[in-house]
Design a protein around this ligand. Sequence first.
Ligand SMILES: [Zn+2]
Length: 646
Amino acid sequence: MSRHAFALLFVLVACVVSLEARAQELAITPPRDAQYPGVVQLHVDVSDVDRRIVRVEETLPVAQAGPLTLLYPRWLPGNHSTTGPIELLAGLQVETERAERLDWRRDAEKMHAFHVQVPAGVTSLRLRFEFISPTSADQGRQVLTQDLLGLQWEKALLYPAGHYVSRIEFQPTLRLPEAWSYATALEGAQRSGDTVRFAPVSLEHLVDSPVFAGPHYRLVELDANPKSPVRLNVFADRPQELDATTAQLEHHRRMVRETLALFGSRHYRHYDFLFGISDQFTGIGLEHHQSSENAVGLGYFTDWTASAPSRDLLPHEFVHSWNGKFRRPADLWTPSYDVPVRTSLLWVYEGMTEYWGMVLAARSGLWSHAYFRDTLAQYAASYDVGRAGRQWRNLQDTTQQPIIFYRGTQSYPSWQRAKDYYTEGALVWLDVDTKVRELTRGKRSLDDFAQAFFGVHDGQVTPQTYTFEDVVATLQSLAPYDWPAYLRARLDDHGRGAPLEGLERAGWRIVYVEEPSESVRAVDAANALDSFLFSVGLALDKSGKVAEVYWDGPAFKAGFAPGTTVIAVNGRAYSAKLLREAITAAKGDPQRRIDLLVRKGDTFETVSLDYHDGLRYPKLERIEGRDDRLSVIIKPRTGTTPDPRK
Ligand SMILES: [Zn+2]
């Protein structure tokens, strides 16, 4: 062997040895289906509202001396992503029951894992740390404000590696700010002053049972059935935001009745909507088995017309108790929060929930039928005009989006694509619903699927997993057809336009008109934008700054990018009204251009839009001679249609 060859061999051996050392160092005990000995005492103090610091103290029983790994939840249920905010954990200290401080060492590769050595004779460890809740939007969700708390327990605990999270028992205690009310699906609460102690629960159940709290609170009974009551727990920035009218509450009660009529079962012992109305607390819609976290902007009850875009939120999250929590995709279920999830069936989990959320909003009167159609028109139009990205990225691939990019804005979502399995998924389920109706001459529908797939085992709370084949088998039992090919074509398609077959089979087509619908106006107002997406392919904020540019649209072709600011339209200071007028003036006149003075960074230039099709806003129009299946789908099942204007 030459000297060089020997040296090379030495390097290779050294590499192998170092990789082996790494593999040993990484050993975090995988989760086993075995009970963790003892009950973890968890004390979470959220009373420091001024500084927004959540203080955690945990007493962890330990059965033996030796290495122990503490995990901060990483793969979070409902997010389907590695969103556990490890960067917000600070001040970690580990002590024995004899108050001896133990060193901890963060894992070299898994940043949410902390290794400690338990000395002989020690029976419990005391852990102390803070969850530094975000104080501005760029740090993450604002979950603790002067008037509202949304506590997700997984942000404020560590758990021992090596066990299924369903096999680790926690006893949670919560210290609230002075005189605050709270709501949660947790049971057995005992309040003493501002401290609430709950009955012991599994870690899985605890993480599935967040708490909302605040000084301004109203409890509304939505379903008084003592066997399975449903409650709306409203918290708001100001007491007047709690002023719901009797008619508004009746729509919400109706929504619960319609949902129960749809599924024909309940998989909760009691259900709590945790509902925040705030312009400080960050908006949310997050499903749990026996509750949901929901937050919207001010005016939900007090500015009823403006709040329409958020009124399918509660039905959507309620549906998840059946679709997502009780019936759960098999590849999404994992035994612990450090095991990666797979998201292949999110087009069922979220797509069908989006569809039912909209349908139930219409059936219950939370939306008028016209508003439902206008919203559906917007969804369909956003694919018809604004999803060039379907050419490279199919619906199936978008189901991995939460893992790729969970939160934040994209430059070109029309090309990059986002969590499109929600809205494109809803169009696919409209397609399936109308196909089942067509095949069975109206005798069967997706309502029957809901009963057969989710309505089984009334009263069972334990999740039941499913696969693509299970979905197909249930469809097959309702209406024999080549469902695997039908669904795969829609999931794997690379067509450019919108999946509109369902809409057409429902008896409606999408058309573009010059006046925005109530739904377009309400969505624009809620986002503080003026949308010209379906005409020149631009959405702008009130100052003229471009928020979105449709890929391959007229503005894109003229060189617009998000962040460009329109300063003037045809020589006059920008306003949305002026741009509307300029688009209308150039309609059908190829000589007439739309000249826009724009600012890109610190340079100014004039961009000329060669666009002559006028203003375009989506709307649904009846297809003469076709059955109006859409109106049948949104017809209430419990009594007559209530008036949504009240
Ligand atoms: Zn959802």
